[in-house]
Design a protein around this ligand. Sequence first.
Ligand SMILES: Cc1cc2nc3c(=O)[nH]c(=O)nc-3n(C[C@H](O)[C@H](O)[C@H](O)COP(=O)(O)OP(=O)(O)OC[C@H]3O[C@@H](n4cnc5c(N)ncnc54)[C@H](O)[C@@H]3O)c2cc1C
Length: 475
Amino acid sequence: FSLEKRKEQERDIDRCLIFSTIENCFSPTTDKMKEDKHKVVVVGASFGGQGFVHGLLLPEDGEVSHTASEQHFSVNLLDCRESFYLGAALQYVWTNRVSNKDEVSYAMSKMRSNTLPGVEFRKGDKGTVNAINVENKSVTLKDGSVLDYDSLILAPGVIPNPQIVPGLAESGAIDVCAWDQVDRFNSEIKALISLASVSSKPIHVVMSITRTPYTCPPLPFEVISLIDNELRSAGVRSSCHLFITVPQGFPFGGPPAEKKFCDQLKEMDIEYLDHHKIISVERKEGKGENDSLTSSSILKYQVKDEETSIVADAFFCTFPQRPPDFVQDSGLANKMGFITVDLQTNKAEGVEDIYVVGDCCSTIFPSVGKPHPKAGQFAYDMGLAVGKLIKSKVVSPESTPLLPTSRKGICAAECGLGGKGLIVKPNFSECIQNPKEGKPQFALEPTPDASQRKVKWMNGFLETFFGEGNFKPMI
Ligand SMILES: Cc1cc2nc3c(=O)[nH]c(=O)nc-3n(C[C@H](O)[C@H](O)[C@H](O)COP(=O)(O)OP(=O)(O)OC[C@H]3O[C@@H](n4cnc5c(N)ncnc54)[C@H](O)[C@@H]3O)c2cc1C
């Protein structure tokens, strides 16, 4: 399915939409017309949900602009939150590069999707989904209302699931993915610095990936590197021993990524421990009167056939993750709790008219048997592709449904001494075009200014979600 053919097909769909607008704009909207529209319910209005709405309702660059999708679609976009934040912004908060987390929190009421024709955007309690009723094709909201759908798009992300590691929930471990722990993270670094400045014994700082899959594969490497940077800036790095543990082999990008990241860790004197699967966490008392650390823990790991332990004065980790409860209760989830989808269409396995995008879905690259990584860029691209697919199916049902041809990302990983880092460029386009044979590719290049590159990436997405001039850019 060539790119040219796809473009041609997209132009045809746009033409169809324009003609149907001209026909319809002379007659007022009636209830009958409303009923005739294809009803779409979208759960989650972050990367995946926004991508979907944009794919369904916005024209491609260079194409004739239209607003005619409202003639075909009635969209309910739902989110249980009132505000949006980028996960990538959290590390700017706990390293004091922005003054507090409110600075990187944005009202969802300002998102472009609020003004797109045909979209009703419900937020907060009014947008909270409690249940999916697969049989009668509807969702039930927290306020008791029921929304029917012709197509259901699920983009509800993941939540922490500490219960599967004994002791983790009760310990003081800091989940580096959690928005509500970012202030604690910030105070823990301060406590670490003050203890390191007086302690005669080495302080152990541990960053663990507890389970896979987890969102944003390079994140744990950035976290331990940024902690290193903070300790160096405070002049206490030599009092600390830093570790990063992963449960299997290197978690992304194969041997080239492992080499590049491990070289950076080595340069920073951070110990990398692979095949360390955490099996229990026990809260530990602090070192003495100068110790106000709250995350100190005794960590037990399975290392191949043996058990080993590390006593961590400060313990940071990615908690195990799973989709929210209503997904578990829907009967759609696989044994890991995620919803298995087709790699090209993102259609949920075994059911019609349900598509799942972003962190909540699970799909593999068959040629290598590896899971599709989870990241904001991919969630958005999956949503975009499903939006275009449904648009093509509804607007020109006689044509071949439009499948995606490209899946690429760019991640500026703040992993390196003094602001240096690595630009990771995953490219899964071949896998998407030819699932049986296409192989994932990762290019990596060093950068002297990882932070600037990340800020640029974040501002790019904020502009995509909120529109130019309609948000306060990151620093
Ligand atoms: C600390 C951190 C750093 C990261 N850095 C990067 C990075 O640099 N680059 C990158 O590409 N990715 C990064 N990521 C990953 C990225 O944030 C996620 O992959 C992305 O947010 C997933 O998008 P999503 O739409 O699937 O889910 P989410 O962004 O999690 O959105 C899910 C939405 O669904 C809503 N929702 C949940 N349950 C319900 C319900 N019952 N009813 C209604 N709404 C509901 C939620 O409120 C939420 O708004 C990072 C993640 C973290 C945590």
